[in-house]
Design a protein around this ligand. Sequence first.
Ligand code: ADP
Ligand code: PLP
Ligand code: ZN
Length: 302
Amino acid sequence: MECRVLSIQSHVVRGYVGNKSASFPLQVLGFEVDSINSVQFSNHTGYSHWKGQVLTADELHVLYEGIKLNNVHHYDYVLTGETHTQKEVKICVKRLSVFSFAFSVCDPVLGDHGSMYVPENLHPVYKNKVVPVADIITPNQFEAELLTGKNISTEKDAVEVMDLLHKMGPDTVVITSSDLPSRLGDRFLVSLGSQRTLMPDGTKSTQRVRMEIPKVDAVFVGTGDLFAAMLLAWTHHYPNDLKTACEKTFSVMHHVIKRTISYAHDLAGPGRKPSPPQLELRMVQSKADIEDPAIVMEATVL
Ligand code: ADP
Ligand code: PLP
Ligand code: ZN
């Protein structure tokens, strides 16, 4: 059965973020991907220079009209993420309401480690409009805390935050990274996931998992976008098995990041810190790992 994804994200000429980070891996896994490039930049904004254009609400609407006139605006999944300004959030909410889709996957990009990418007055829009229509969300710890108004200091807090996020709408929540201490030591970071499933008798059951991820000492860009795309793919194949979906997703991340950091060090030379262009994800080179990821980390069921 064909599965069609509408991916509304950034495009970059050089490198891998947004649609460049999501399309290829989804296509490799057999998904049909229709992309709307919400911005077209020369490269991601972590470089010294970047230039480009942002799609206006009118320009987005024209694309939607074309698709709708042909009656091909029906999707199995809508995938969205990236940072939004006030105007863009309005577009984002509008986008989601005009396309017809079965599932929505959203990385609610608000910030990281206490630094906000999105002005505070927009948080209610995310809480009330964006998150409620999403089926799968992939916040980091900071974003999960902002969306629920609850701090995460223990695993129990994280479980409560994920339960609050379920109450807001999404049945699948993965906190991509947290500051919780890992049982494997300080070279690992902890990620937590929670999935609510409707049982045949009408009750809801929740599966929760924890992953320990080896930390790599570098800042990668586009990893959040790749993560959301891979979680979409693997929850599609394992809809009621978050453990397996997470093991596949995090293993892909691990393979891509390992290949990327090793190449970046080769380029930078001994003892030198790789630059943003040198740290671009090794996506094409990771094709085989994306298609059939060797499972390199096991999820613990809580
Ligand atoms: P977000 O956009 O939600 O903040 P990130 O891009 O920080 O997400 O991370 C998404 C995923 O990418 C993580 O769950 C992890 O699997 C992987 N990842 C990103 N950066 C690193 C890193 N420095 N070391 C190890 N894994 C990383
Ligand atoms: N899109 C653009 C244009 C960017 O510049 C960035 C980050 O700099 C991203 C998306 C986000 O990337 P990530 O997946 O790491 O959150
Ligand atoms: Zn993110």
